[in-house]
Design a protein around this ligand. Structure first.
Ligand code: HEM
Length: 505
């Protein structure tokens, strides 16, 4: 009798856990799938435990092997950037259900639905809890925070990165571009450069100068360490994440810990040395206190400022460098637009040895249209994921809590119903015309979480592109292979080899 009771007591918790597991990997997915099916939403079908992850991975791997040969039509970009959506939406429609392990994911690309999700500010749709390794990379910066703490950081970051501040940094940004030119050949001879690599260095240089001002050399060294940390993070994304593994003293983990320690200590030291009254660099702006709408003082602590510096580097460097790369690639593919853009620049920047002012950068209308068209076709963040926190209705679809909503931004950008039958062609002119298409353009996201560095990025990229056009003509190298892939951001898989020729005057 005693033995029987002991066995029952021992097996009960095991049985209980087994039932819980079976419920989450079999019963719940079955119920949710049926719930969506009743509303006319289907998809590739749930596979126990892994969901559709292995099919998604296979599609991504196939995308990496694809080369796009037509430079006139860019539909291949969509197929490479979001291969799962490209294939499955063709079978199941624009809105369908797929599975990330045993978590349901509703894939959407209808701009009205995307807006409803991203614009929501009552907390129904939250950014996903991040991988602990990304937390190590960015700390508790804006990209990781939620709730009240996020709101305070957001207000301070928005003030620090507003257009008026950004305008003041134009001379610093121009110095970075001139610095880049020092390694480029002057005169009429041709030379080839992988601009993807070059623009990453440029973008890192610009962000170091604007954040750290006169302590720029030390800042650059700190961000070189953050770059190493970022590369370790990218490597870890290629492997399966094992919970707890990050605490083991492996070679890679020890490297991460020591980088993290050095980065934090070095930024902390610079913060102590910064005088908020005399300098207008980004660091001193983040250190300033502000009054919120209730008249209360808001100020970030040292650790919080360190996290924001790391976040700005990660969020701002990759994205801006990739957009500038794609803009140059597109202008190399479309020589007529390159000529038109240069004409605008030459008319505005009469003397190429005088760096452009913020006022002149603001007058680059054609260049703005070209950049918007680049952001449309080569959106750096092709999709944005949110987690549903409570049962909700999205445009008549009842979505249960804990579902992930995957907004395929780049798919909105290619939709022929919105952008017309030539939606896969490069035509900056469409940004000079009014029309409904503009309301389906979300490269910066939307709503409360919209990119806080938008003005910074736009000014930086416009300035760099204008200064390049003013000095050089360029074309694609024969070695260039057009193969955009989405790895954290949309990037050229084999680099971007461009042949430049110096221009007179
Ligand atoms: C062309 C360049 C850029 C693009 C296309 C871009 C795009 C985006 C997008 C789509 C989001 C929203 C993500 C979401 O809703 O989950 C975002 C957020 C963010 N971006 Fe950018 N970004 C760019 C440049 C920058 C730069 C230069 C900085 C900093 C200097 C920056 C800092 C941030 C931060 C901190 C957030 C998080 C905002 C928050 O959650 O409140 N970005 N960006």
């Amino acid at each position: 009798m005693f033995l029987a009771i002991s066995i029952i007591l021992l097996t009960l918790p095991i049985l209980f856990h087994l039932i819980r597991i079976l419920r989450s990997v079999l019963w719940r997915p079955y119920i949710i799938q049926r719930h969506f099916k009743k509303q006319g939403i289907t998809g590739p079908g749930y596979r126990p435990i892994t969901g559709n992850s292995s099919e998604s991975k296979l599609k991504m791997a196939e995308a990496r092997t694809r080369r796009i040969t037509s430079y006139e039509y860019h539909l291949g970009v969509l197929q490479n950037a979001i291969p799962g959506y490209f294939d499955w939406s063709g079978i199941y429609g624009k809105t369908y259900l797929y599975w990330f392990g045993s978590t349901p994911r509703l894939a959407i690309s209808d701009p009205v639905m995307v807006k409803e999700v991203l614009m929501n500010s009552n907390g129904t749709f939250q950014r996903l809890d991040s991988n602990p390794l990304s937390k190590q990379l960015m700390g508790d910066g804006l990209l990781e925070l939620k709730g009240q703490k996020w709101a305070v950081h957001r207000r301070i970051a928005a003030l620090a990165l507003n257009m008026e501040q950004v305008k003041g940094w134009v001379p610093k940004m121009a110095d970075s571009v001139l610095n880049m030119f020092q390694n480029w050949k002057e005169g009429r001879g041709e030379f080839e450069i992988d601009v993807h690599k070059e623009f990453h260095t440029l973008s890192a240089d610009i962000i170091s100068r604007t954040i750290f001002g006169s302590s720029f050399e030390e800042g650059k060294r700190i961000f070189q360490l953050q770059e190493q940390q970022m590369q370790l993070f990218f490597t870890s994304l290629l492997n399966v994440y094992i919970p707890g593994f990050r605490f083991l003293p492996t070679k890679m983990n020890r490297k991460r810990w020591s980088l993290n320690k050095e980065i934090r200590e070095s930024i902390g030291k610079l913060i102590m040395e910064t005088n908020t009254r005399n300098s207008r660099n980004l660091l001193s702006l983040l250190m300033s206190s502000h009054k919120n709408s209730d008249g209360e003082d808001e100020k970030l602590g040292v650790e919080e400022i360190i996290d924001e510096c790391k976040t700005f580097y990660v969020a701002g460097k990759e994205t801006a460098a990739n957009v500038l790369t794609w803009a140059v690639v597109l202008l190399a593919m479309n020589q007529d637009w390159q000529l038109k853009a240069r004409q605008e620049v030459v008319e505005l920047f009469k003397d190429r040895s005088t760096p452009p002012t913020s006022e002149l950068v603001g007058r680059l209308k054609l260049i703005s249209m070209i950049l918007n068209e680049t952001l449309r076709l080569y959106t750096p963040t092709p999709l944005i994921v949110r987690q549903v926190c409570k049962d909700v209705d999205i445009q008549g679809i009842r979505v249960p809590a804990d579902t992930h909503i995957v907004s395929h931004i780049i798919s909105c950008h290619y939709d022929p119903e919105i952008w017309g039958p030539d939606s896969d062609q490069f035509d900056p002119e469409r940004f000079g015309r009014p029309g409904k298409h503009i309301s389906a353009f979300f490269p910066w996201g939307l709503g409360p979480r919209i990119c806080v560095g938008q003005s910074f990025a736009m000014v930086e990229i416009k300035l760099a592109l204008a200064m390049i056009l003013r000095r050089y003509a360029f074309r694609l190298s024969e070695t260039y292979v057009h193969s955009p892939v989405n790895f954290v951001t949309l990037r050229p898989q084999y680099g971007a080899q461009i042949v430049f020729t110096g221009l007179d005057g």
